[in-house]
Ligand binder design. Structure first.
Ligand SMILES: Nc1nc2c(c(=O)[nH]1)N[C@H]1C(S)=C(S)[C@@H](COP(=O)(O)OP(=O)(O)OC[C@H]3O[C@@H](n4cnc5c(=O)[nH]c(N)nc54)[C@H](O)[C@@H]3O)O[C@H]1N2
Ligand SMILES: Nc1nc2c(c(=O)[nH]1)N[C@H]1C(S)=C(S)[C@@H](COP(=O)(O)OP(=O)(O)OC[C@H]3O[C@@H](n4cnc5c(=O)[nH]c(N)nc54)[C@H](O)[C@@H]3O)O[C@H]1N2
Ligand code: SF4
Ligand SMILES: [Mo]
Length: 755
């Protein structure tokens, strides 16, 4: 009865070293040129060569020399070229018009820019600069994110800018800053091969960071032991050495419990702790309460597995620990991330070859997109918008008065609360689809309707943009150049393969056109992405995320540059153009501008910080009324809100509809058979989907992927609780109940008819 998802089996087969040899783009038609660039989807940022003919991407060739993926791609990378020619591609601006078919009518680009500028100016004149907010995204190049942050602060003078990385990377980012003073994964992935132990916490690597799976396999072939901590037996867990079936939302307790065993057994590196860290005593004190028995009770992980994890981790000589959204998407997300860091620091295995720690970046530019000023509290170079010195420096680069730069704004979800309250009346969004991707999204839809003026910049009319007054036709990734920073901290170059079709424009051109139409062009007259990058190099100089030593040429020559590029000159510490970059952080003797030689970590004393990572039960936890845990996430063939991948036929075919994944024991109790309709209900709402009965999930937990809109949207169910520090939503757990549906949901009629 129980089935293992077929998609998963395909994945495991698909990602072998043979992929690059066996898969090519469509055979028909010779290309005019091949363009070396990267995949537009996830943060692995696989190298790929796009085949271009007559200004159209017609297929791809593997780019075998690119060191990270060596020609391998996952199904999304293989099919991405199909989206450019999709009939839904926006070729003109469109304006909302209830009388027009589909609710929108085309509008000449110049008129659309003029309209947007008029409305923004009107709202700001009537209600002040903060009446208009900006939402950005981490699929954008770093140049665009830099420009957007500058646009909000200099052109609009609004404090209200934030981005969709708020839903993704911020718990890990905040924890990294607290513990290390810098927010980047520590080692190149090649360091994984030859390590002794790999611990994967809350990451479905095979489906979500497929190339990482390949590194794990290579490591395993060389003898590495693999620990997986997840409420689901994901594909990588099926072959791991130790599986920790944690109850959703209990990770901080698990880390504390494992560390406690390590402390008791003497499996911590006291020399490293004394020489390179502060704060271990408080952590030790906190962990004492996490006896194996209590940890097992809270986490649902058997004591023997906790002990095995402590031994495997505690006695290793080299190790890698990764996590992703499984431990980060929580109202306790920062604490969970700090819990992993404590395990790493206690082991002393950091700043060395084969000893890595990091969060697996999600979006294409999840790393670069969080460094240069599109976050509500940040200026370029990971600078702090509340720090007078940081403000002064950026004001000098931008040629504005320091006092004219607004102070910190609020996180993306809070912006919607302000929209709801009528404080923010106008919204410019680019590369963000909040209506599908934010929790409790019925609230988001209502807020979008309250806006007096909403302009979206996108290449498709996404589900949120359906609420917009105006959509400006932006660029696909292959229609522009620029840099992104991939999962390892390697800055790489996206190259233009084709030019924007019709009246579509490169995103940064649109932002500058808006500035010009607002009559505030100062600082928005860049002629190319390269020019923006040159200013970003200056703006980031001296910040923690220092890109000043990176040039387009160096990226091309080296196939990527790991930031930062500090010279090791202890006198100045200034990055020098000839510095090749820093693949491995925190090596003994390494220089950074905060410690100035005092030690490898980015604090004045050069020491890393232990932080007490305390466990708190989730908000809206499973209870008598809602006895199951609902957790949400991804499937391999779909990407985020699905705006792009639901338009790529072969990917849709691979996983056409969301299903509710549940264990056979639960299914039996509920009287639901595989593929039957089931209704999942939480305190916010309910959705009806087909059941997928699998033995690979905890019997007290159900999983729903979130890539679909409307009646199939998982975010109808999720809770808008947020981490108090990072403001990340708690997507990964809330209480729910499941019942057999009375019959198919209304949407099924159309869907079944199509099948
Ligand atoms: N195919 C595909 N790949 C993607 C994306 C995509 O949409 N589709 N998106 C990209 C982006 S932006 C991101 S952020 C990454 C996300 O990458 P991942 O974080 O790997 O993916 P998720 O599916 O969100 O969740 C990961 C795992 O967390 C587990 N989990 C749920 N609750 C808990 C918990 O409380 N504790 C623990 N330990 N585990 C838990 C889930 O069972 C799931 O296996 O993927 C990137 N890659
Ligand atoms: N329930 C639940 N919800 C989640 C998650 C979860 O695990 N569970 N995961 C969260 C995570 S980790 C993330 S990252 C968010 C993602 O949140 P979203 O903001 O929904 O991400 P996307 O689907 O990439 O939407 C971005 C939009 O940007 C457009 N776009 C992409 N590239 C470009 C570009 O270069 N230029 C322009 N102009 N537009 C572009 C796309 O067409 C799309 O319409 O979702 C979050 N939501
Ligand atoms: S989606 Fe990610 S793993 Fe797949 S090809 Fe693109 S960059 Fe590589
Ligand atoms: Mo993400």
């Amino acid at each position: 009865m129980a089935t293992i998802p077929v998609d998963d089996l395909e994945i495991t087969r698909a990602f072998g070293p043979h992929l690059s040899a066996s898969i090519r783009g469509p055979a028909s038609g010779e290309p005019d040129k091949l363009v070396k660039t990267h995949c537009c989807f996830c943060g692995q940022q696989c190298g790929i060569q796009l085949k271009v003919r007559n200004n159209e991407v017609i297929g791809f060739e593997p780019w075998e020399e690119f060191p990270f993926n060596r020609g391998m791609l996952c199904p999304k990378g293989v099919k991405r070229y199909l989206q450019g020619s999709h009939p839904d591609r926006l070729l003109t601006a469109v304006r909302r018009d209830p009388a027009a078919p589909g609710g929108f009518r085309a509008m000449p680009y110049a008129e659309a820019i003029a309209l947007a500028a008029r409305e923004i100016a009107r709202l700001q004149k009537e209600h002040g600069p903060g009446a208009v907010g900006v939402l950005g995204g981490a699929s954008l190049t770093t140049e665009k994110t830099y420009l957007l942050g500058k646009f909000a602060r200099v052109c609009l003078k609004t404090p209200y800018i934030d981005y969709n990385g708020r839903l993704c990377m911020v718990s890990a980012g905040a924890a990294n800053k607290k513990a290390f003073g810098i927010d980047r994964t520590t080692n190149p992935w090649s360091d994984m091969v030859g390590t002794e132990v790999i611990w994967v916490a809350g990451s479905n690597v095979a489906e979500c960071s497929p190339i990482t799976t390949n590194y794990i396999w290579q490591a395993r072939e060389m003898g590495a032991k693999v620990i997986v901590q997840d409420p689901r037996i994901t594909p990588v867990a099926r072959t791991c050495d130790l599986y920790l079936p944690v109850k959703p939302g209990r990770d901080a307790a698990l880390f504390a419990g494992v560390l406690q065993i390590m402390i008791e057994k003497g499996w911590v590196d006291r020399d490293f702790i004394d020489a390179h860290t502060v704060g271990f005593d408080k952590v030790e004190e906190y962990c004492a309460q996490w006896t194996p028995a209590r940890t097992a009770e809270v986490t649902g992980v058997p004591e023997r597995s906790l002990r095995a994890a402590a031994e495997m981790w505690g006695t290793a000589k080299s190790s890698f620990l990764f996590h992703a959204r499984g431990i980060e998407h929580h109202s306790n997300g920062v604490q969970n991330s700090l819990g992993t860091i404590n395990l790493v620091l206690a082991s002393g295995r950091i700043g060395k070859p084969k000893c890595g720690y990091g969060t697996i970046v999600g979006q294409a530019n999840g790393q670069g997109g969080r460094e240069h000023g599109q976050k509500c509290d940040q200026l370029p170079g990971w600078r702090d918008i509340s720090n007078p010195e940081h403000r002064k420096y950026i004001a000098s680069v931008w040629g504005v008065e320091e006092a004219s730069i607004p102070g910190p704004g609020v996180d993306a979800y809070e912006m919607f609360r302000k929209i709801d309250a009528g404080e923010i009346k106008g919204l410019i969004s680019i590369c963000f689809n909040p209506k599908i991707s934010l929790p409790d999204n019925e609230f988001i839809a209502r807020a979008l309707e309250k806006l007096e003026f909403y302009v979206a910049i996108d290449f498709f009319l996404n589900d949120s943009a359906r609420h917009a007054d105006l959509i400006l036709p932006g660029s696909l990734q292959e229609e522009d150049e620029g840099t992104v920073t991939q999962v390892e901290g390697r800055v790489i170059k996206i190259n233009e393969a084709v030019q924007c079709p019709g009246e579509a424009k490169r995103d940064w051109v649109i932002i500058q056109d808006l500035a010009a139409a607002l009559g505030r062009p100062h600082g928005f007259t860049f002629g190319s992405a390269r020019e923006i990058f040159e200013e970003l190099r200056v703006a980031s100089k001296g910040g923690v995320a220092d890109y000043s030593g990176i040039t387009y040429e160096k990226i091309e020559q080296q196939m990527g540059v790991f930031w930062p590029c500090y010279s090791h000159d202890p006198e100045t510490g200034a990055p020098t153009p000839d510095h090749p970059g820093t693949p491995r952080l925190f090596e003994p003797g390494s220089y950074n501008p905060v410690a100035k030689g005092a030690g490898p970590f980015y604090f004045p004393d050069g020491r890393a910080r232990f932080n007490v990572a305390d466990y708190r039960a989730p908000v809206d936890d499973a209870s008598e009324d809602y006895p199951l845990f609902l957790t949400t996430g991804r499937v391999v063939s779909q990407f985020l809100s699905g705006t792009q991948t639901r338009r790529i036929g072969p990917l849709v075919k691979q996983y056409p509809e969301p299903r509710i994944e549940m264990h056979p024991r639960l299914a039996e109790k509920l009287g639901i058979a595989d593929k039957e309709w089931a209704t999942c209900e939480t305190r916010r709402g309910e959705i009806t989907l087909r059941a997928m009965v699998v033995t690979t999930i905890r019997p007290d937990t159900v999983f729903v992927p979130y890539h679909w809109p409307g009646d199939k949207s998982a975010n109808r169910l999720t809770v808008a609780a947020q981490d108090p520090i990072s403001k990340i939503p708690q997507y990964k757990v809330c209480g729910c109940r499941v019942r057999k549906a009375a019959g198919p949901p209304p949407y099924a009629a159309t869907h079944e008819a199509q099948q």
